[in-house]
Design a protein around this ligand. Structure first.
Ligand code: ATP
Length: 231
């Protein structure tokens, strides 16, 4: 089976993540998608909710989709979360399946800053998804892709929906256009910190969790904002 491995901080998980995962599942013929919230992300340190909260929110978010599941391998560890190690463990867990590491264009461009990037790109297939604010043409700056510029342009113009190419011998990279969803976790945290509504940017169960646990300053400020509106 083809399995999509969707790693992220998920701080918090939102409809952008869920929608692109669902589209990737169908377009790239993935039998299931495994969401892996990072435990202790080496590159993201600002305003990060505890791993147990991000894990709980991701579990709430995927409920009801039989093709989605959440794995806690990174959240269970107290060490820094390095994708290359995670993929190594996953390959042992799923020896008969083909794993596709899924990420947005922005995240793929960051790979040179990750731990052991050369090893990472040598050992997995990639599924790179479009994201508002990024262009496939930006990928020509990546040291790990040698896609023709004309192909990247056709993807950006949406003339091409999907393009698969070899990467480092036996692996492949698939570039996939998905519906643009201009939601980011950063924007959600900013709204939350200002006590502004985050409704309809993420599943209602995740919003309730954020309020209940008072994450990102949302619970208290939102309550005060609502009370002011009532006076
Ligand atoms: P932050 O704003 O805190 O950086 P984020 O919204 O980018 O967070 P992450 O958890 O860092 O979310 O993202 C996990 C993966 O999902 C990354 O590969 C990222 O590129 C991708 N991604 C997140 N949001 C979107 C979106 N709206 N459209 C396409 N890809 C997305």
């Amino acid at each position: 089976m083809n399995i999509g491995i969707f790693g992220g901080t998920f701080n918090p998980v939102h409809f952008g993540h869920l929608r692109i995962a669902e589209e990737a599942r169908q377009s790239a013929d993935l039998g299931r998608i495994i969401f892996i919230p990072s435990g202790n992300p080496p590159l993201k340190t600002d305003d990060i909710a505890a791993a147990r909260h991000r894990l709980a929110m991701t579990r709430l978010a995927v409920r009801g989709n039989p093709f989605f599941e959440v794995l806690d391998i990174e959240c269970r560890s107290r060490h820094k979360s390095y994708t290359v190690h995670t993929l190594h463990k996953l390959r042992k867990l799923y020896p008969h399946d083909r794993l596709f590491f899924m990420l947005g264009i922005d995240a793929f461009l960051d790979i040179p800053d990750w731990y052991r990037p050369d090893m990472l790109v040598r050992h997995t297939d990639f599924l790179i998804l479009s994201r508002p604010g990024c262009r496939f043409a930006d990928l020509s700056a990546s040291p790990y892709l040698s896609t023709k510029k004309s192909v990247l342009r056709r993807l950006d113009a949406k003339v091409l929906a999907l393009q698969t190419m070899p990467c480092d011998g036996k692996n492949s990279v698939t570039l996939l256009n998905v519906t643009p969803v201009t939601i980011s976790a950063t924007d959600i945290r900013t709204l939350a910190a200002q006590g502004k509504s985050i409704k309809y940017l993420l599943p209602a169960e995740v919003e309730s969790y954020i309020i209940f646990e008072n994450l990102y300053g949302y619970g208290k400020r939102r309550h005060r904002a609502i009370m002011r509106g009532c006076r």
